[in-house]
Design a binder for this molecule. Structure first.
Ligand code: ADP
Length: 433
């Protein structure tokens, strides 16, 4: 049985750590040095260290072989409890500096802007990166992005509480997605939200949308993220299993990554999964800011057709509630309908009826004539009403359905999304009869 993905935390001198998600069978020593050098472009790094879990001594890694020893020590020390829960603490590595730079930018935060093992893009000359852990004052006053720097191009969608625009960030020349939400809240609450969103700077996974910054202007917050030219999955339903398998693997990778950082998504649904023509699939809209979620839900009534029964009943809920939402999402993406017989599109907007359907009905099962038995089983196991018998994180990661589809299906997804976008464009152009 292969080990599930886990996080390598690259620790830097000024505590601007970067979390990098890897798979044991994919990651190499050279690749690790590349990621380190993208994070620390001004120093030469030829080795790194890790802490011996047994005695706390620092051990140097200079080759693939030594790196394997490090992984063996890491997995050996994992507690049975963490393994069963499928959650792995980050493996911390300490780059060994070869040369001190002449002109080091002391503010140089390295945030993830590329996916996977790709290099972290440098910002244009003269531009500073946002400092992780900087005070709110720093963020408000000299944060990377403010409204005056943005040139709004066009709206690309709207959802609960806000509108999303494609926009050009003039200083960097980067095209971004900017979500603007009107919120009538006090400056203290605004500060708290900005503070809570900071954790997104630390995220570095190819399955999570990159976060560029957020700011308040008057009574609205603008949240700037990576722009995905394929938009969200809801526009593509139904999606064939051959493509959906790879998409599901990416969603799971993104969820595990965030769960390892102790962050729950809280709003898994087709419109919160984005894709692009390069075939990348990424999760967005994590509920990292409790205050933001609270402020939005007191202003706007959110739809809750993807919510787990225990959550609707106001009970304690955890990651298994996310697995339920994943099941409902995949069911809908595969079939184009929700897995509750009496939940028609009119009822979808009536919270009481939605709740009744979810609590009282047994979720539908995908037809076995159209879908593989593994996929049908995976979805049904995600939608067990009792969280105790629902698919566990470990069983999900090792499920035969996911084993057939890796999160590296970008070629298949890319070809498919390009074709579908063309079809959607043609349909939009065709004269209405
Ligand atoms: P919801 O509240 O339903 O989650 P959002 O307000 O987050 O929706 O987004 C609305 C729509 O905007 C999405 O369905 C998607 O089509 C589009 N969108 C959101 N974020 C991005 C992005 N980063 N890149 C491209 N399109 C996006």
């Amino acid at each position: 049985m292969s080990e599930p993905p886990f996080t390598i935390r690259i620790h830097t001198e000024n505590n601007q750590d970067m979390d990098w998600m890897v798979r044991l069978e994919d990651v190499t020593f050279r690749q690790t040095l590349e990621v380190i050098s993208s994070l620390l472009p001004h120093v030469t790094v030829t080795a790194f260290e890790y802490e011996d879990p047994e005695d706390g001594d620092h051990i140097t890694v200079r080759s693939d072989e030594e790196m394997q020893d490090m992984f063996s020590a890491y997995f050996r020390e994992l507690s049975e409890e963490d393994r069963t829960r499928g959650l792995f603490p980050p493996l911390i590595i300490y780059p060994k500096m070869g040369k001190t730079p002449q002109n080091r930018n002391i503010h140089g935060l390295k945030i993830k802007t590329g996916g996977g093992s790709q290099a972290v893009e440098p910002l244009p000359q003269g531009q500073q990166r946002q400092e992780v852990g900087g005070s709110i004052q720093t963020i408000m006053q000299c944060g990377n992005i403010n409204e005056a720097q943005l040139h709004f191009l066009e709206p690309v969608g709207s959802g609960s509480g806000g509108r999303v625009y494609r926009a050009l960030h003039r200083p960097s020349g980067r095209v971004m997605a900017v979500k603007v939400i009107q919120l009538d809240i006090s400056p203290a609450v605004q500060k708290q939200i900005i503070c809570e969103l900071e954790i997104l700077y630390k995220c570095n996974s190819r399955a999570i949308i990159a976060f560029y910054g957020a700011f308040f202007q008057e009574n609205r917050i603008s949240i700037c993220t990576e722009f995905m030219d394929g938009g969200s999955l809801d526009r593509y339903m139904p999606i064939p299993e051959t493509v959906l398998g790879g998409i599901a693997a990416c969603i799971v990778e993104g969820l595990i990554y965030m769960w390892n950082l102790k962050i729950m998504h809280r709003d898994i649904k087709p419109s919160n999964v984005l894709l692009n023509t390069a075939g990348e699939v990424k999760l967005c809209d994590f509920g990292v800011s409790v205050q933001l979620v609270k402020s939005i839900t007191t202003t706007f009534v959110g739809t809750n057709v993807y919510m787990a029964p225990e959550r609707l009943q106001g009970k304690d809920y955890g990651k298994s509630a996310e697995i339920w939402s994943l099941g409902v999402t995949l069911f809908e993406l595969a079939s184009g309908i929700l897995p509750f017989q009496s939940l028609t599109s009119e009822l979808k907007l009536q919270p009481f009826q939605v709740m009744q359907c979810i609590l009282e009905e047994t979720p539908l099962v995908l037809p076995t004539e159209q879908f593989s038995p593994e996929f049908v089983k995976f979805i049904s196991q995600c939608m067990h009403k009792d969280p105790e018998t629902r698919l566990s994180i470990n069983d999900m990661v090792n499920h035969e359905f996911l084993h057939r589809h890796t999160s590296d299906s970008s070629t298949v997804i890319s070809l498919w999304v390009k074709r579908r976008l063309q079809e959607i464009q043609q349909q939009n152009r065709a004269p209405q009869s």
